[in-house]
Design a protein around this ligand. Structure first.
Ligand code: IMP
Length: 427
């Protein structure tokens, strides 16, 4: 019953797509359990580069069944265009399974996301504007639309009416926007129904049966630990649970079934959107990390904020996710620095703090305390084993491992599928 969770240990964009895809060939199912098309995975296969937003990265492995679990929010228009884009490039997408319980991102959820952000002004979250938060809000408020609702027009109409009741008051009276017509939304959603039908399944049953049959199931987190609605830097977070527990609720699999939880950890730190980020750099080093690391959002095209590695965050990720291993990515980006600072603790109001403070106000005041490690200048992209790395790169990895509280089982040394050093097998 090998069930692995693979998730971001920082603020997302750690290079999860590469890690998931690396395992793809030996994995039977790749499951997304939360988030929606706010995610962005870049997967490089041979000379082909694929940018995926909603689909699990397992879609690129012919032997793998990709699954969109109940915890995901699905924008049907995005899903269908992502599928047809892949089909045009010769990728077979027919095995995809979508939970009938997954919630639909409706056009009005996208509108609400955009207008509320605009209304928040300088207090905005910096969302991706894809309707993620408002769709999860509807789910929690019990006025959401689920994939299965597309197959009962009368129920769908009643639900859209209920959802728009308050929203139209808000849009017209508060935000000075036009009301959204129920009929128009229902007609648009019904257009997707037939196209999605072949994929809709009881994914909870499928996945639990697969685990009974000893199939390898990989749960792929979107975003990252610090963007988790419960454990992240609230309110500057996404509206779902990328942390390991989210895999259980978002796919309908019990915690006793999970055998391994792998945290993807970038060799430095990035974040997009607003919110605290203690090691953020505003100087030439930050610009260099952004340029060399190609730190631009796959989904939004926004420049990512960049900073040095933060071991406090990595330790926190180990704890809240029960991480068994790390996959360290983008080590090659650090090649060329004479010295590399690593944040080992924070200074908060004159005190040294070793662990992530639970108080938001404290975290906003946290100043990084750095230890400086010697850098390396040799090209490491061809390294196949740990011993191929220059000594200073080896020491950097070992130091990160010691500070972060879980073994580093793989290291990314370049964007390609084969530019990875495997230390311990994940399977
Ligand atoms: P939302 O998920 O669109 O609601 O955005 C909430 C916050 O999460 C914003 O700061 C986004 O920039 C951030 N976010 C959402 N998805 C990702 C991702 O895949 N990578 C990094 N940040 C993300």
């Amino acid at each position: 019953m090998p069930a692995l969770v693979l998730l971001g240990a920082q603020w997302g964009d750690e290079g999860k797509g590469k890690a998931t895809d690396l395992l793809g060939g030996s994995v039977d199912y790749v499951v997304r359990y939360q988030g929606g098309n706010n995610a962005g995975h870049t997967v490089v296969v041979g000379d082909q580069k694929y940018a995926l937003h909603l689909l699990p990265s397992g879609i690129l492995s012919p032997s793998c069944i990709p699954v969109i679990g109940n915890g995901v929010v699905v924008d049907p228009s995005v899903l269908l265009s992502e599928l047809s884009g892949l089909n045009e490039r010769g990728v077979d997408t027919s095995k995809l399974l979508i939970s009938g319980n997954a919630h639909i991102i409706t056009p009005y959820n996208v509108t609400v996301d955009k207008v509320t952000e605009r209304f928040l002004g300088k207090r905005k979250i910096g969302t991706t504007g894809r309707g993620i938060g408002p769709t999860y809000a509807d789910k929690i408020n019990r006025v959401g639309i689920r994939v299965q609702d597309l197959y009962d027009e009368s129920i769908l109409t009643q639900k859209v009416e209920a959802a728009l009741d308050v929203k139209n008051q808000m849009l017209t009276k508060l935000y000075n926007r036009r009301a959204i017509a129920v009929d128009q939304v229902v007609a648009e959603l019904l257009e997707y129904a037939d196209k999605l039908r072949p994929y809709v399944a009881d994914t909870v049953l499928v996945l639990n049966q697969a685990l009974e049959e000893d199939k390898v199931v990989l749960f792929e987190g979107g975003q990252g630990t610090l963007l988790d609605i419960d454990h992240g830097t609230y309110p500057f977070v996404t509206s779902s649970n990328p942390t390991a527990g989210g895999a259980c609720t978002g796919a309908g699999v019990g915690p006793t079934k999970i055998s391994r939880v792998i945290g993807i950890l970038k060799a430095y730190t990035t974040r997009v959107g607003a919110g605290p980020f203690p090691t953020e750099l505003f100087d030439a080093d930050g610009d260099a990390l952004r340029r060399i690391g190609g730190e631009r959002g796959v989904t939004t095209g926004r420049d990512r904020r960049c900073g040095w590695f933060d071991a406090v965050i990595a330790r926190y990720a180990t704890r809240v996710n029960g991480l068994t291993d790390f996959f360290l990515t983008k080590l090659d980006v650090l090649t060329g620095w004479e010295e590399i600072p690593v944040c080992v603790a924070y200074e908060i109001d004159g005190r040294r703090v070793e662990e992530l403070p639970y108080s938001q106000s404290d975290f906003h005041h946290a100043k990084p305390i750095y230890e400086t490690l010697p850098g390396w200048s040799e090209d490491i992209t061809k390294a196949k084993s740990f011993s191929d790395l220059p000594k200073n790169a080896q020491d950097y990895v070992k130091a990160l491992e010691e500070m972060s509280g879980a073994p580093i089982s793989a290291i990314g040394v370049g964007p390609g599928r084969d530019e990875t050093i495997e230390i311990n097998s994940f399977l």
